[in-house]
Design a protein around this ligand. Structure first.
Ligand SMILES: [Zn+2]
Length: 188
């Protein structure tokens, strides 16, 4: 974690705590060093990132902001964009962290996908819920190495272990904000 904080002084973040923090980034962007080309002072705000879905919950909601490493004029940037999303956003999914966690809690409590999906009331389709479970399973090795630091057996009660580290309110968002990486299985 210390490494992330130190790098944070010059590298752009991947996740922002909330909308206010996201807006704040505009003031800091000019100090960033581009992770792609290594240039400094080349970033400009480049508009909002909105919902992925054509329809469904949150389709128009702001998910994050895009910044451009400008190569125009005398700027030496690479012309590529960098996206920073809210900590509640799962990069490749429309569902937000809190709703996903509600669903996963039911799964971890022993329910099958249809029952867990019904209980969690996420507003997304059952097909989405099956995709979430597939990703949740794919994230298992990374989750384990995070929780056990690569040693020892996986915790007996996974939900409890996650809450112990990240709190009960919105643990997946806490993870993304703190670690500055996507929740295992749900985006880089
Ligand atoms: Zn660049």
């Amino acid at each position: 974690m210390g490494g992330t904080a130190e790098r944070g002084r010059v590298s752009p973040p991947r996740f922002a705590a909330d909308l206010a923090a996201l807006r704040e980034l505009y003031r800091h962007a000019k100090h960033w060093r581009c992770p792609r080309c290594g240039c400094r002072g080349t970033f400009n705000g480049h508009g909002a990132l909105r919902g992925l879905a054509q329809s469904g919950p949150g389709k128009d909601a702001v998910r994050g902001r895009r910044f451009l490493c400008s190569g125009r004029g005398r700027r030496p940037g690479c012309g590529r964009t960098w996206s920073v999303v809210l900590a509640t956003v799962l990069r490749q999914f429309s569902v937000r962290t809190a709703a996903l966690w509600r669903f996963c809690l039911e799964l971890l409590g022993g329910l099958g996908v249809p029952a867990a999906w019904e209980r969690a009331r996420t507003g997304f389709s059952l097909e989405s819920a099956y995709r979430w479970r597939r990703r949740w399973r794919q994230g298992e090795p990374a989750r384990r190495s995070w929780l056990c630091r690569g040693r020892g057996p996986p915790p007996e009660d996974l939900a409890k272990a996650i809450v112990a580290v990240c709190g009960a309110a919105d643990p997946l968002a806490v993870f993304q904000q703190r670690e500055q990486r996507g929740w295992p299985g749900f985006g880089s």
